[in-house]
Write a protein that binds this ligand. Structure first.
Ligand code: PNS
Length: 161
């Protein structure tokens, strides 16, 4: 049975860890919508449109069972309800990720009944975060190991060093 899951995040930028998680989530659920969400609590380097475009490019050819969308306003739980999603999927790298994610998972279920399913980050990507990659990039460090080529290209075009 194929289910639709939503993989939301700021994805500023979308890392190799996100790419791995999205690929595994799509294989697990059948259908996946990756949603780039505007998070007003974070200072963004890329616009949500730039992020969405670079995510599509990161796959090379976007698999037929994966869509990329943006959410600039409104509740994620309602977005999921509107598109008929069965679950939100999130990656967990550590216990601190779980502490950050658990309240959101419970609030989202309170709002519409949507469940959140956690997938463990693969060990090789467990130390990668968008915020760390962004900081290293802005300070002139090499982040090529952490990003799909297309995302690195977008970053260097939008924010050349
Ligand atoms: O990658 P992030 O910034 O940690 O992702 C957090 C995000 C964007 C998934 C979360 O802030 C979110 O769901 N925002 C949408 C607005 C919303 O529904 N807020 C209530 C969440 S319980």
């Amino acid at each position: 049975m194929s289910l639709l899951a939503v993989y939301p995040g700021s994805f500023d930028p979308f890392t190799k860890g996100h790419l791995d998680l999205a690929t595994r989530a799509a294989a697990t659920f059948g259908q996946l919508t990756i949603v780039v969400v505007h998070n007003p609590n974070k200072t963004a380097m890329l616009t949500v449109e730039q992020r969405a475009e670079s995510i599509k490019e990161a796959f090379g050819e976007l698999p037929k069972n994966i869509c990329v969308d943006v959410l600039v306003d409104g509740l994620l739980a309602e977005y999921c309800q509107n598109i008929g999603a069965s679950a939100i999927v999130k990656g967990l790298r550590s216990a601190s990720d779980f502490e950050y994610e658990l309240p959101m998972a419970n609030v989202n279920r309170d709002l519409t009944g949507i469940e959140t399913v956690f997938l463990p980050a693969a060990g090789e990507f467990a130390h990668i975060s968008s915020s760390l990659v962004k900081q290293v990039y802005e300070l002139g460090g090499d982040v090529a190991a952490y990003l799909p080529d297309a995302v690195l290209k977008t970053m260097s075009e939008v924010n050349p060093r």
